[in-house]
Ligand binder design. Structure first.
Ligand SMILES: C[S@@+](CC[C@H](N)C(=O)[O-])C[C@H]1O[C@@H](n2cnc3c(N)ncnc32)[C@H](O)[C@@H]1O
Length: 192
């Protein structure tokens, strides 16, 4: 049975279609919110590696609610790939490991730092375990570097797929961390 047939049987795949989420991964963020109350008091957020945009959809719905205009809400979404527009979400197409992309993100939060940074980054896999682990760790390092510039003290950083070296990295950066396994899939870390 092909991958897409398998996916179609997946309860979260069907639920995402029904509820209008762009990807089933929306439920990972919603589950983390149930567990950690992630969005409480959050008005400014960054979504790193955001395409096709289901986490940005969650942020848009949770932070803006039903209000047509939420002047104080700011959501910046970044990905290598272009994304279809979302209400209240500013999009940047770029590579988060590049200094120019990092600078562009940082510019959006100068003066008023973000309350929340999320990163669901997944590089293309090469099939070579060590290489893939290294690239994944580099992506997390890039996300963490950007976070140190845009996140307010006491803000929340959420990232997925942390390899053992990257966990060490978070500890070295003195980030308080909680390992969490959303019901949907993927090992993740929520640093607060
Ligand atoms: C699993 S998808 C993210 C799904 C997204 N959270 C959602 O809910 O729709 C992983 C994304 O990471 C992006 N990505 C991988 N490496 C990146 C990089 N260096 N800079 C920016 N985005 C990257 C990919 O383009 C891909 O869209």
């Amino acid at each position: 049975m092909g991958r897409s047939s398998k996916d179609k049987r997946d309860i979260y795949y069907r639920l995402a279609k029904e509820e209008g989420w762009r990807a089933r991964s929306a439920f990972k963020l919603l589950q983390l919110d149930e567990e950690f109350n992630l969005f409480k008091g959050v008005r400014r957020a960054v979504d790193l590696c955001a395409a096709p945009g289901s986490w940005s959809q969650v942020l848009s719905r949770k932070l803006r609610g039903k209000e047509e205009k939420s002047e104080d809400v700011k959501i910046v979404a970044v990905d290598l790939q272009a994304m279809a527009p979302l209400p209240g979400v500013t999009q940047i197409q770029g590579d988060i490991t590049k200094i120019t992309t990092a600078q562009e993100i940082i510019r959006h939060f100068e003066g008023q730092p973000a309350d929340l940074v999320v990163c669901d980054g997944a590089p293309d896999v090469t099939g070579l375990h060590d290489v893939d682990e290294y690239i994944q760790a580099q992506l997390l390092l890039a996300a963490l570097n950007i976070t140190t510039h845009v996140l307010k003290p006491g803000g929340t950083f959420v990232a997925k797929d942390v390899t053992p070296p990257a966990e060490d990295l978070l500890q070295r950066r003195d980030v308080r961390q909680t390992a969490e396994q959303p019901k949907l899939q993927h090992r993740g870390v929520c640093g607060v």
